[in-house]
Write a protein that binds this ligand. Structure first.
Ligand code: FMN
Length: 377
Protein backbone atom coordinates (compact mmCIF):
# COMPACT_ATOMS: atom_id res chain seq x y z
CA UNK A 1 0.00 0.00 0.00
CA UNK A 2 1.38 3.46 -0.86
CA UNK A 3 2.81 5.19 2.19
CA UNK A 4 2.89 8.74 0.86
CA UNK A 5 1.28 10.93 -1.73
CA UNK A 6 3.94 13.39 -2.84
CA UNK A 7 5.73 13.36 -6.18
CA UNK A 8 8.92 12.11 -4.52
CA UNK A 9 7.01 9.07 -3.19
CA UNK A 10 5.56 8.44 -6.60
CA UNK A 11 8.96 8.77 -8.26
CA UNK A 12 10.38 6.34 -5.73
CA UNK A 13 7.45 4.05 -6.59
CA UNK A 14 6.73 3.98 -2.85
CA UNK A 15 9.83 1.99 -1.92
CA UNK A 16 13.53 2.37 -1.21
CA UNK A 17 14.89 0.29 -4.10
CA UNK A 18 17.81 2.30 -5.50
CA UNK A 19 17.53 0.62 -8.87
CA UNK A 20 14.00 0.11 -10.14
CA UNK A 21 13.00 -3.04 -11.98
CA UNK A 22 9.88 -3.47 -14.04
CA UNK A 23 8.44 -5.64 -16.76
CA UNK A 24 7.98 -4.23 -20.24
CA UNK A 25 5.63 -5.41 -22.99
CA UNK A 26 3.48 -8.11 -21.36
CA UNK A 27 0.22 -6.67 -22.76
CA UNK A 28 1.13 -7.90 -26.26
CA UNK A 29 1.23 -11.41 -27.70
CA UNK A 30 4.87 -12.54 -27.97
CA UNK A 31 5.84 -9.62 -25.69
CA UNK A 32 9.13 -8.26 -26.95
CA UNK A 33 10.58 -11.48 -28.41
CA UNK A 34 10.04 -11.80 -32.15
CA UNK A 35 10.21 -15.58 -32.02
CA UNK A 36 8.32 -18.61 -33.25
CA UNK A 37 9.07 -20.82 -30.21
CA UNK A 38 5.91 -22.51 -28.93
CA UNK A 39 6.30 -21.20 -25.38
CA UNK A 40 6.34 -17.56 -26.53
CA UNK A 41 4.21 -15.18 -24.44
CA UNK A 42 0.44 -15.54 -24.89
CA UNK A 43 -0.36 -12.03 -23.72
CA UNK A 44 -3.81 -13.25 -22.61
CA UNK A 45 -5.57 -11.75 -19.60
CA UNK A 46 -5.17 -14.74 -17.27
CA UNK A 47 -1.40 -14.70 -17.81
CA UNK A 48 -1.20 -10.92 -17.46
CA UNK A 49 -3.14 -11.02 -14.20
CA UNK A 50 -1.06 -13.86 -12.75
CA UNK A 51 2.12 -12.05 -13.83
CA UNK A 52 1.05 -8.75 -12.25
CA UNK A 53 0.24 -10.47 -8.95
CA UNK A 54 3.52 -12.38 -9.00
CA UNK A 55 5.47 -9.17 -9.78
CA UNK A 56 3.67 -7.31 -6.99
CA UNK A 57 4.47 -10.05 -4.48
CA UNK A 58 8.09 -10.23 -5.66
CA UNK A 59 8.52 -6.49 -5.06
CA UNK A 60 9.06 -5.44 -8.66
CA UNK A 61 8.52 -1.71 -9.08
CA UNK A 62 6.52 -1.25 -12.27
CA UNK A 63 4.76 -2.71 -15.28
CA UNK A 64 5.07 -0.86 -18.58
CA UNK A 65 2.88 -1.84 -21.54
CA UNK A 66 3.34 -1.21 -25.23
CA UNK A 67 0.82 1.01 -27.03
CA UNK A 68 0.17 -1.18 -30.05
CA UNK A 69 -2.99 -1.37 -32.17
CA UNK A 70 -2.24 -4.07 -34.74
CA UNK A 71 0.35 -6.72 -35.38
CA UNK A 72 3.46 -6.72 -37.51
CA UNK A 73 2.64 -9.80 -39.58
CA UNK A 74 5.20 -12.54 -40.11
CA UNK A 75 4.53 -16.18 -39.34
CA UNK A 76 3.39 -15.38 -35.81
CA UNK A 77 1.65 -12.09 -36.66
CA UNK A 78 3.89 -10.55 -34.02
CA UNK A 79 2.03 -8.46 -31.39
CA UNK A 80 -1.31 -8.79 -33.17
CA UNK A 81 -3.13 -9.51 -29.91
CA UNK A 82 -2.79 -6.57 -27.59
CA UNK A 83 -4.68 -5.12 -24.68
CA UNK A 84 -5.52 -1.40 -24.71
CA UNK A 85 -3.23 -0.06 -22.05
CA UNK A 86 -5.38 2.29 -19.90
CA UNK A 87 -7.96 -0.42 -19.27
CA UNK A 88 -5.20 -3.06 -18.90
CA UNK A 89 -3.43 -0.89 -16.30
CA UNK A 90 -6.66 -0.17 -14.44
CA UNK A 91 -7.55 -3.86 -14.18
CA UNK A 92 -4.09 -4.75 -12.93
CA UNK A 93 -3.97 -1.86 -10.47
CA UNK A 94 -7.23 -3.06 -8.94
CA UNK A 95 -5.69 -6.52 -8.48
CA UNK A 96 -2.34 -5.43 -6.94
CA UNK A 97 -1.19 -3.54 -3.86
CA UNK A 98 2.24 -1.99 -4.35
CA UNK A 99 3.38 -1.97 -7.94
CA UNK A 100 3.19 1.10 -10.23
CA UNK A 101 1.43 0.35 -13.52
CA UNK A 102 1.79 2.58 -16.57
CA UNK A 103 -0.49 3.07 -19.55
CA UNK A 104 1.19 3.87 -22.86
CA UNK A 105 -0.97 6.40 -24.66
CA UNK A 106 -0.73 7.85 -28.16
CA UNK A 107 -1.52 11.50 -27.50
CA UNK A 108 -3.16 12.19 -30.90
CA UNK A 109 -5.52 9.23 -30.54
CA UNK A 110 -7.16 10.02 -27.20
CA UNK A 111 -9.05 13.29 -26.63
CA UNK A 112 -7.51 15.11 -23.65
CA UNK A 113 -10.70 15.48 -21.59
CA UNK A 114 -11.35 11.72 -21.70
CA UNK A 115 -7.66 11.02 -21.14
CA UNK A 116 -7.42 13.25 -18.04
CA UNK A 117 -10.48 11.56 -16.49
CA UNK A 118 -9.39 8.01 -17.32
CA UNK A 119 -5.91 8.54 -15.85
CA UNK A 120 -7.37 10.17 -12.73
CA UNK A 121 -9.79 7.25 -12.32
CA UNK A 122 -7.00 4.65 -12.56
CA UNK A 123 -5.02 6.77 -10.10
CA UNK A 124 -7.82 6.70 -7.51
CA UNK A 125 -8.45 2.97 -7.96
CA UNK A 126 -4.77 2.36 -7.19
CA UNK A 127 -4.27 5.07 -4.56
CA UNK A 128 -1.63 6.81 -6.62
CA UNK A 129 0.13 3.98 -8.47
CA UNK A 130 -0.89 4.90 -12.02
CA UNK A 131 1.77 6.17 -14.45
CA UNK A 132 1.50 7.63 -17.96
CA UNK A 133 3.87 6.90 -20.85
CA UNK A 134 3.22 9.46 -23.59
CA UNK A 135 3.77 8.36 -27.19
CA UNK A 136 3.54 10.98 -29.90
CA UNK A 137 3.52 8.43 -32.75
CA UNK A 138 5.70 6.87 -35.42
CA UNK A 139 3.66 3.99 -36.86
CA UNK A 140 1.73 5.55 -39.75
CA UNK A 141 -0.23 2.35 -40.50
CA UNK A 142 -1.72 2.45 -37.01
CA UNK A 143 -2.73 6.08 -37.36
CA UNK A 144 -4.42 5.34 -40.69
CA UNK A 145 -6.54 2.74 -38.91
CA UNK A 146 -7.89 5.58 -36.75
CA UNK A 147 -8.37 7.91 -39.70
CA UNK A 148 -5.88 10.24 -38.01
CA UNK A 149 -3.08 11.89 -39.98
CA UNK A 150 0.40 11.36 -38.64
CA UNK A 151 1.87 14.86 -38.30
CA UNK A 152 5.43 15.77 -39.26
CA UNK A 153 7.90 14.70 -36.63
CA UNK A 154 8.36 18.11 -34.97
CA UNK A 155 4.63 18.89 -35.08
CA UNK A 156 3.87 15.59 -33.30
CA UNK A 157 5.68 16.84 -30.24
CA UNK A 158 4.03 20.29 -30.48
CA UNK A 159 0.69 18.51 -30.40
CA UNK A 160 1.90 16.33 -27.51
CA UNK A 161 2.85 19.50 -25.62
CA UNK A 162 -0.65 20.96 -25.94
CA UNK A 163 -2.19 17.60 -25.02
CA UNK A 164 -0.24 17.22 -21.79
CA UNK A 165 -0.64 20.94 -20.95
CA UNK A 166 -4.44 20.54 -21.23
CA UNK A 167 -4.38 17.38 -19.09
CA UNK A 168 -2.18 19.00 -16.44
CA UNK A 169 -4.58 21.96 -16.29
CA UNK A 170 -7.51 19.58 -15.78
CA UNK A 171 -5.62 17.81 -13.02
CA UNK A 172 -4.55 21.01 -11.31
CA UNK A 173 -7.06 23.82 -11.85
CA UNK A 174 -10.09 24.21 -9.63
CA UNK A 175 -11.77 26.82 -11.83
CA UNK A 176 -13.56 26.46 -15.16
CA UNK A 177 -11.19 27.42 -17.98
CA UNK A 178 -10.83 27.63 -21.76
CA UNK A 179 -7.84 26.04 -23.47
CA UNK A 180 -6.80 27.73 -26.69
CA UNK A 181 -3.98 26.06 -28.57
CA UNK A 182 -2.85 25.65 -32.15
CA UNK A 183 -4.32 22.14 -32.28
CA UNK A 184 -6.49 21.78 -29.20
CA UNK A 185 -9.34 24.14 -28.36
CA UNK A 186 -11.52 23.39 -25.37
CA UNK A 187 -14.26 25.55 -23.89
CA UNK A 188 -15.46 25.80 -20.28
CA UNK A 189 -13.42 22.88 -19.04
CA UNK A 190 -13.83 21.36 -15.59
CA UNK A 191 -12.47 18.06 -14.38
CA UNK A 192 -13.04 16.71 -10.90
CA UNK A 193 -11.94 15.01 -8.77
CA UNK A 194 -8.21 15.63 -9.09
CA UNK A 195 -5.69 12.78 -9.14
CA UNK A 196 -5.19 10.85 -5.91
CA UNK A 197 -3.71 12.48 -2.83
CA UNK A 198 -3.06 15.98 -4.16
CA UNK A 199 -0.27 15.05 -6.57
CA UNK A 200 -0.39 13.59 -10.07
CA UNK A 201 0.56 10.41 -11.96
CA UNK A 202 4.17 9.83 -12.94
CA UNK A 203 4.77 10.89 -16.54
CA UNK A 204 7.32 9.30 -18.83
CA UNK A 205 8.25 9.39 -22.49
CA UNK A 206 10.66 7.46 -24.70
CA UNK A 207 11.57 10.00 -27.35
CA UNK A 208 14.86 9.25 -29.05
CA UNK A 209 15.25 12.35 -31.23
CA UNK A 210 16.47 15.68 -29.81
CA UNK A 211 12.87 16.96 -30.04
CA UNK A 212 11.51 13.84 -28.32
CA UNK A 213 14.08 14.15 -25.55
CA UNK A 214 13.46 17.87 -25.13
CA UNK A 215 9.77 17.04 -24.69
CA UNK A 216 10.67 14.50 -21.99
CA UNK A 217 13.00 16.87 -20.20
CA UNK A 218 10.32 19.57 -20.12
CA UNK A 219 7.33 17.43 -19.16
CA UNK A 220 8.31 14.08 -17.76
CA UNK A 221 9.57 12.52 -14.55
CA UNK A 222 11.27 9.74 -16.49
CA UNK A 223 12.84 9.25 -19.90
CA UNK A 224 13.29 5.79 -21.35
CA UNK A 225 16.20 5.39 -23.70
CA UNK A 226 17.62 2.31 -25.35
CA UNK A 227 21.02 1.96 -26.98
CA UNK A 228 20.79 2.02 -30.76
CA UNK A 229 22.20 -1.03 -32.55
CA UNK A 230 25.78 0.24 -32.52
CA UNK A 231 25.80 1.76 -29.05
CA UNK A 232 27.17 0.01 -25.98
CA UNK A 233 25.75 0.37 -22.49
CA UNK A 234 28.75 2.53 -21.55
CA UNK A 235 28.04 4.87 -24.45
CA UNK A 236 24.52 5.26 -23.10
CA UNK A 237 26.08 7.06 -20.12
CA UNK A 238 26.72 10.19 -22.20
CA UNK A 239 23.07 10.39 -23.27
CA UNK A 240 21.92 9.92 -19.69
CA UNK A 241 24.12 12.71 -18.37
CA UNK A 242 23.06 14.93 -21.25
CA UNK A 243 19.35 14.46 -20.47
CA UNK A 244 19.92 15.06 -16.76
CA UNK A 245 21.88 18.26 -17.45
CA UNK A 246 19.16 19.54 -19.78
CA UNK A 247 16.63 18.97 -17.02
CA UNK A 248 18.73 20.72 -14.38
CA UNK A 249 19.11 23.71 -16.72
CA UNK A 250 15.32 24.00 -16.64
CA UNK A 251 15.16 23.62 -12.86
CA UNK A 252 13.83 20.09 -13.22
CA UNK A 253 15.00 16.57 -12.47
CA UNK A 254 14.59 13.57 -14.71
CA UNK A 255 15.17 9.88 -14.07
CA UNK A 256 16.51 7.89 -17.00
CA UNK A 257 15.48 4.28 -17.54
CA UNK A 258 16.36 1.70 -20.15
CA UNK A 259 15.10 -1.58 -21.52
CA UNK A 260 16.60 -5.07 -21.14
CA UNK A 261 15.90 -8.48 -22.61
CA UNK A 262 16.70 -11.14 -20.00
CA UNK A 263 17.56 -14.80 -20.44
CA UNK A 264 18.64 -16.31 -17.13
CA UNK A 265 19.40 -20.01 -16.70
CA UNK A 266 21.42 -22.08 -14.17
CA UNK A 267 24.47 -21.92 -16.44
CA UNK A 268 25.58 -19.24 -18.86
CA UNK A 269 25.92 -21.91 -21.56
CA UNK A 270 22.26 -22.87 -21.20
CA UNK A 271 21.21 -19.22 -21.21
CA UNK A 272 23.22 -18.45 -24.34
CA UNK A 273 21.84 -21.53 -26.11
CA UNK A 274 18.24 -20.65 -25.25
CA UNK A 275 18.76 -17.04 -26.27
CA UNK A 276 20.20 -18.11 -29.61
CA UNK A 277 17.42 -20.64 -30.14
CA UNK A 278 14.65 -18.06 -29.59
CA UNK A 279 16.14 -14.90 -30.96
CA UNK A 280 18.23 -16.17 -33.87
CA UNK A 281 17.49 -19.76 -34.96
CA UNK A 282 13.76 -19.62 -34.36
CA UNK A 283 13.20 -15.88 -34.78
CA UNK A 284 10.18 -14.77 -36.79
CA UNK A 285 12.45 -13.13 -39.36
CA UNK A 286 9.59 -12.11 -41.65
CA UNK A 287 8.08 -10.07 -38.79
CA UNK A 288 11.51 -8.57 -38.09
CA UNK A 289 11.82 -7.54 -41.74
CA UNK A 290 8.32 -6.03 -41.73
CA UNK A 291 9.20 -3.86 -38.72
CA UNK A 292 12.47 -2.73 -40.28
CA UNK A 293 10.75 -1.94 -43.58
CA UNK A 294 8.23 0.25 -41.73
CA UNK A 295 11.21 2.24 -40.51
CA UNK A 296 12.70 2.25 -44.02
CA UNK A 297 15.61 0.07 -42.88
CA UNK A 298 16.45 -2.11 -45.88
CA UNK A 299 19.76 -3.20 -47.43
CA UNK A 300 19.19 -0.60 -50.19
CA UNK A 301 18.68 2.28 -47.72
CA UNK A 302 21.29 1.55 -45.03
CA UNK A 303 23.76 -0.87 -46.68
CA UNK A 304 23.91 -4.61 -46.15
CA UNK A 305 26.30 -4.60 -43.17
CA UNK A 306 24.22 -2.11 -41.18
CA UNK A 307 21.04 -3.93 -42.23
CA UNK A 308 22.37 -7.24 -40.84
CA UNK A 309 23.32 -5.58 -37.56
CA UNK A 310 19.97 -3.80 -37.20
CA UNK A 311 18.11 -6.99 -38.07
CA UNK A 312 19.86 -8.93 -35.31
CA UNK A 313 19.27 -6.10 -32.85
CA UNK A 314 15.59 -5.84 -33.81
CA UNK A 315 14.93 -9.53 -33.13
CA UNK A 316 14.94 -8.66 -29.40
CA UNK A 317 11.82 -6.61 -30.00
CA UNK A 318 12.02 -2.90 -30.57
CA UNK A 319 15.56 -2.71 -29.16
CA UNK A 320 16.84 -3.42 -25.68
CA UNK A 321 20.01 -4.52 -23.90
CA UNK A 322 20.49 -8.31 -24.03
CA UNK A 323 21.16 -9.63 -20.51
CA UNK A 324 22.05 -13.30 -20.89
CA UNK A 325 23.69 -15.64 -18.40
CA UNK A 326 23.54 -17.50 -15.11
CA UNK A 327 22.18 -15.62 -12.06
CA UNK A 328 25.63 -14.24 -11.13
CA UNK A 329 26.21 -12.96 -14.65
CA UNK A 330 22.72 -11.48 -14.96
CA UNK A 331 22.97 -9.72 -11.58
CA UNK A 332 26.45 -8.42 -12.47
CA UNK A 333 25.21 -7.07 -15.81
CA UNK A 334 22.23 -5.36 -14.17
CA UNK A 335 24.63 -3.79 -11.65
CA UNK A 336 26.84 -2.60 -14.51
CA UNK A 337 23.80 -1.09 -16.24
CA UNK A 338 22.78 0.62 -12.99
CA UNK A 339 26.31 1.99 -12.75
CA UNK A 340 26.01 4.12 -15.88
CA UNK A 341 23.50 6.37 -14.14
CA UNK A 342 20.18 4.72 -14.92
CA UNK A 343 17.37 4.83 -12.38
CA UNK A 344 15.93 1.54 -13.54
CA UNK A 345 15.20 -0.87 -16.32
CA UNK A 346 12.13 -2.43 -17.92
CA UNK A 347 12.89 -6.04 -18.72
CA UNK A 348 11.20 -8.73 -20.74
CA UNK A 349 11.38 -12.50 -21.00
CA UNK A 350 10.32 -14.87 -23.78
CA UNK A 351 7.67 -16.21 -21.39
CA UNK A 352 7.34 -13.79 -18.48
CA UNK A 353 5.31 -16.05 -16.22
CA UNK A 354 7.51 -19.09 -16.69
CA UNK A 355 10.81 -17.21 -16.29
CA UNK A 356 10.05 -14.66 -13.57
CA UNK A 357 10.12 -17.15 -10.64
CA UNK A 358 13.75 -18.11 -11.36
CA UNK A 359 14.73 -14.46 -11.76
CA UNK A 360 12.88 -13.59 -8.54
CA UNK A 361 14.50 -16.40 -6.54
CA UNK A 362 18.03 -16.16 -7.90
CA UNK A 363 18.68 -12.67 -9.28
CA UNK A 364 16.69 -10.41 -6.92
CA UNK A 365 18.50 -11.66 -3.78
CA UNK A 366 21.83 -11.05 -5.49
CA UNK A 367 20.79 -7.48 -6.34
CA UNK A 368 19.76 -7.03 -2.70
CA UNK A 369 23.16 -8.23 -1.52
CA UNK A 370 24.79 -5.79 -3.94
CA UNK A 371 22.80 -2.98 -2.31
CA UNK A 372 20.80 -2.14 -5.44
CA UNK A 373 17.50 -3.31 -4.03
CA UNK A 374 15.94 -3.22 -0.61
CA UNK A 375 16.00 -6.50 1.31
CA UNK A 376 12.59 -8.11 1.27
CA UNK A 377 11.44 -9.79 4.43
C1 FMN B 1 11.08 2.08 -24.00
C2 FMN B 1 10.30 2.56 -25.19
C3 FMN B 1 8.94 2.35 -25.22
C4 FMN B 1 8.19 2.76 -26.30
N1 FMN B 1 6.87 2.46 -26.34
C5 FMN B 1 6.18 2.73 -27.47
C6 FMN B 1 4.87 2.24 -27.60
O1 FMN B 1 4.40 1.53 -26.73
N2 FMN B 1 4.17 2.54 -28.72
C7 FMN B 1 4.70 3.28 -29.74
O2 FMN B 1 4.02 3.52 -30.73
N3 FMN B 1 5.97 3.77 -29.63
C8 FMN B 1 6.71 3.48 -28.54
N4 FMN B 1 8.01 3.91 -28.44
C9 FMN B 1 8.54 4.82 -29.46
C10 FMN B 1 8.83 6.21 -28.87
O3 FMN B 1 7.68 6.78 -28.29
C11 FMN B 1 9.40 7.16 -29.93
O4 FMN B 1 8.45 7.39 -30.94
C12 FMN B 1 10.65 6.59 -30.54
O5 FMN B 1 11.60 6.30 -29.52
C13 FMN B 1 11.26 7.54 -31.55
O6 FMN B 1 11.63 8.74 -30.93
P1 FMN B 1 11.24 10.15 -31.54
O7 FMN B 1 9.74 10.24 -31.52
O8 FMN B 1 11.89 11.17 -30.65
O9 FMN B 1 11.76 10.19 -32.94
C14 FMN B 1 8.80 3.47 -27.38
C15 FMN B 1 10.19 3.66 -27.35
C16 FMN B 1 10.94 3.19 -26.29
C17 FMN B 1 12.43 3.42 -26.29
Amino acid sequence: MPNGNGMSDRRAMYNRNDFKLGLFGANCSSGRAITKVAERWSGNWEDNLALARMSDEAGLDFLLPIGRWKGYGGETNYQDETFETVTWATGLLAATRRITVFATVHAPLLPPVIAAKQFMTADHISQGRFGLNIVCGWNTGEFEMFGVNQRDHEDRYDYGQEWIDAIRMMWEREDTFDFKGKYINLASVRSNPKPYGGSRPLIMNAGASPTGQAFAVKNCDALFCTPTGAETVDQLADGIQHAKKLAIAQGREIDVYSVGVVTCRPTTKEAEEYHRHCIIDDADWSAVDNILAMKDVRPETVGSEEFTRRRKHQAHGMGGIPIVGDPDAVAAEIARIAGVGLRGIGISFVNYLAELPYFRDEVLPRLERMGLREKRI
